[in-house]
Each structure stands twice: as structure tokens, then as C-alpha cells.
Design a protein around this ligand. Structure first.
Ligand SMILES: [Zn+2]
Ligand SMILES: [Zn+2]
Length: 159
């Protein structure tokens, strides 16, 4: 979208990119604010077919859909994982509207948990939690309940 160097020239007192001038000539007036012009074949050629998009998000959507199509997928049901680049069904391959597939998301989470600093933080947290007065009171209550429950069960088993 913005990565290419589109040719420009002076037009009505301003320097304007040629494809925007073509779009303005086609609609016979200045492009409304926020409008973007999409190149259908994504080329820089002067006669490339253009689509006037009402917003950047719509323009982005066209590019996303084009990428899925080029990858052999169906833009209505598929999405490309930004990490492994596989074309997968949105419904089963992704969590919500994430750009990373489920496999890649899980892999990243596991890698995160394996990091030494994260493991140390978890150990510290567990230690602190185990040492907290609330936790010790809870454990004491739990042990007391278990020991009172243990006898009747043992009796039943004995009968
Ligand atoms: Zn475009
Ligand atoms: Zn992936």
C-alpha cells in the first residue's frame, strides 16, 4: 500500500500521485478525505485498474482478501497466518480475530513459559503465595478438614 514508490506530478497546485489524479479525473472531483486508491493488480503501471476505497481499513481489507486469493484460499472463509503463512479456515484455525494461527499461538505461549526469566518469576510467585498468611490459614483449614473426614471413611472401609 505505502511501500511502493508511486509516481507523482504537479496537479492543481499540489504534488499528487498519478493514480490519485486518475481517480479524481474519473469521478470528476477531488477525492474525499480519507479515501485511498487501490491498484487491482498491485502494479505501478499507468493503466492499472483502480478501486477507490472509502477508508484505509477497507483498503487494507482488499489487500488481505487479495493475499488469501493468491495463496489459493477463499477470502470469505480463510485467513493467512502471519507467522507460518499457512492458509487456514478462520473458524477452526484461529482464536477470535487474531492474525496468528492456533498452532503458532500455542507455540509462542510455550516458548514464553520456557523462558528462564518467566520461569523464575513463576517460582517466585509460587513461593510468595505459599508463604502468605492467607495461604497458610487455608492449608491449615484444609488439613483439619481432611483429618476429620479421614476417620469416618476409614471406619466405613473397615466395616
Ligand atoms: Zn492497494
Ligand atoms: Zn501459524
Amino acid at each position: 500500500m505505502k511501500s511502493k514508490k508511486y509516481p507523482s506530478r504537479p496537479y492543481r497546485g499540489r504534488q499528487e500521485r498519478v493514480h490519485r489524479i486518475r481517480a479524481e479525473v474519473a469521478i470528476g472531483r477531488r477525492l474525499p478525505d480519507g479515501c485511498e486508491v487501490h491498484h487491482v493488480d498491485e502494479s505501478l503501471s499507468d493503466d492499472c485498474r483502480l478501486v477507490i476505497c472509502q477508508s484505509r481499513s477497507y483498503h487494507r481489507l482488499l489487500h488481505v482478501r487479495t493475499r488469501v486469493l493468491k495463496a489459493g484460499g477463499n477470502p470469505n472463509t480463510d485467513r493467512i497466518c502471519c507467522e507460518c503463512k499457512r492458509v487456514l479456515l478462520v473458524a477452526s484455525g484461529f482464536y477470535g480475530d487474531g492474525n496468528q494461527c492456533r498452532d503458532c499461538t500455542r507455540k509462542r505461549q510455550q516458548e514464553h513459559l520456557r523462558r528462564p526469566d518467566i520461569q523464575k518469576r513463576r517460582r517466585d510467585y509460587e513461593r510468595k503465595r505459599a508463604a502468605s498468611p492467607e495461604r497458610q490459614r487455608y492449608m491449615a483449614r484444609l488439613m483439619a478438614r481432611l483429618s476429620t473426614q479421614a476417620r469416618p471413611i476409614a471406619d466405613e472401609e473397615g466395616n
